[in-house]
Design a binder for this molecule. Structure first.
Ligand SMILES: [Fe+2]
Ligand SMILES: [Fe+2]
Length: 135
């Protein structure tokens, strides 16, 4: 039985419940960032949210990669390469955030623009291809 996904756009539901649930968690974090920006209390909230996002991105990529290895997915090297590029970007944002040279608000806006857009494209292409392979 599939669980309700509250945050992920319906067009990005792949039909694999564990992957869809993890994607939904990632989108819930983007929603949290947007709420923090809208409520202008991001100075407090943002540190917690970006920490959650960094660890959840790694957690999710690792789970997807384990599944690809287990199922002998032929495109796994390419897919893992995309994950590694994204992890580098996420850590770049974390570094910028911690270096305190720019405002947290700018980084939050960048994260919602860049990482969310990247994730939407990645799910629609690479994750979708993997989900179709699993079916
Ligand atoms: Fe994914
Ligand atoms: Fe992926």
């Amino acid at each position: 039985m599939s669980t309700t996904k509250k945050h992920i756009p319906e067009t990005l539901i792949l039909g694999n419940d564990s992957i869809d649930s993890e994607h939904d968690v990632l989108f819930s974090l983007f929603d949290k960032i947007q709420n923090a920006l809208d409520n202008s209390n991001y100075m407090f909230d943002f540190e917690e949210i970006i920490g959650e996002l960094v660890s959840y991105v790694s957690f999710h990529f690792k789970n997807e990669e384990k599944l690809m290895t287990k199922l002998g997915y032929p495109n796994q090297l390419w897919h893992k390469k995309q994950h590694n590029l994204m992890k580098a970007h996420v850590h770049g944002y974390l570094y910028r955030f911690k270096s305190d040279k720019e405002s947290q608000k700018n980084i939050a806006i960048d994260i919602n623009d860049f990482i969310k857009t990247w994730l939407i494209n990645h799910i629609a292409k690479e994750d979708m291809t993997f989900a179709n392979y699993m079916k």
